[in-house]
Ligand binder design. Sequence first.
Ligand code: PLP
Length: 400
Amino acid sequence: MAGAELIGIEEMREVQDVLETGVLMRYGFDKERRGVYKVQAFEEAFARYCGAKHALGVTSGSAALKVALKALDVGPGDEVIVPAFTFLATYEAVLEVGAIPIMADIDETLNLDPRSAESRVTDCTKAIIPVHMCGAPAHIDRILQVAKKHGLKVLEDNAQGCGGSFKGKKLGTFGEMGIFSFDYYKTITTGEGGMILTDSKDLYLRADWYHDHGHDHNPNVSRAMEGRFILGFNYRMNEIQGALGLAQLSKLDRVIGEQRKNKAAIRSILEGVRGVQFREMPDPDGDTATFLAFNLPDAALTKKCQKVLAENGVDTIYYKENLWHYVPNWEHFLAQATASSTKYPFKDPCYKKEIVYRREDIPRAEDILGRTLVLPISVRMPKGRLDVITRAVEKAKKAL
Ligand SMILES: *Cc1c(COP(=O)(O)O)cnc(C)c1O
């Protein structure tokens, strides 16, 4: 649960600043707010922390994906390559802008396989969305190479890897744009919320306009008199979220540091189990340690291991059967059951191809996720937890 575990006096103080002015909206009310601009301060601090030029706060990670795709001009007729293992929102965001998500395979990092991504490129491909799942980086360097070779945009979905890095550079700053989620489960939380990063002034402005009905946010005129170049919608972050974000961001390094310690301790217990291998990491130093993923030689052993661990008080996630994070399990998605009765954008004059999502097309995801168990790591490990894990692992060892 990460940042959510550390909510305390710092969050209360930041939120109190906002409540004292009574201005809950990030824009306007310049006199009443008496200098309090929490969303703006959060954006500036977040951009600085990640080493990006521009940051834009939005209502959620899902909204961040959609706003970024809009800024990148992804739309009807376009295809976007997305890994088979990700939260549903990554696919939904592509559909939201009228484009078609194209499923690619994963590799031993549990993230997008650069070779599979390349094999999915067609004349319609506009962008690739690598997802840094379970807090650790994809082979982002090789994915960037594929994108460059084929003239594709890269939008990093770093909803799960806030604070992570690859070779010293923060995740979310490699592609043209990167997004983050601050929902309640994520590494830091604002209840609900999201952030978009980019180094491009042009992409930032397009995202900024789109997320607020086209408002150009001209500081020299009142909000009512602001100009506009494009139509947009409302994905504005509010001041309470900004306040929470500021407090949580100040705790991010501590969250990651504690998780790393706890993860290392649990990992050393599991190391003794025959056949156990740990998830491949392109850069172990960049892991946020929110999850410990390990695998066993085959699916039967993996399920058995999960059962024994659970019976002894240690719950793990078996993503191959998870209903929200693996494409083959999304029956409504496979049925192309969008909210539109015409199945737009799957069925659309702009997109004449018949698209199917088959398990046969993602053999490595089928194999690897079928042998993988994932253990969530907490910031505060209750006393005695390591003993419980040690005993559960001893039982598993005997049973396997
Ligand atoms: C959580 C998540 C999202 C969506 O973020 P929300 O803030 O919950 O909308 C997108 N992608 C991934 C990989 C996620 O884990």
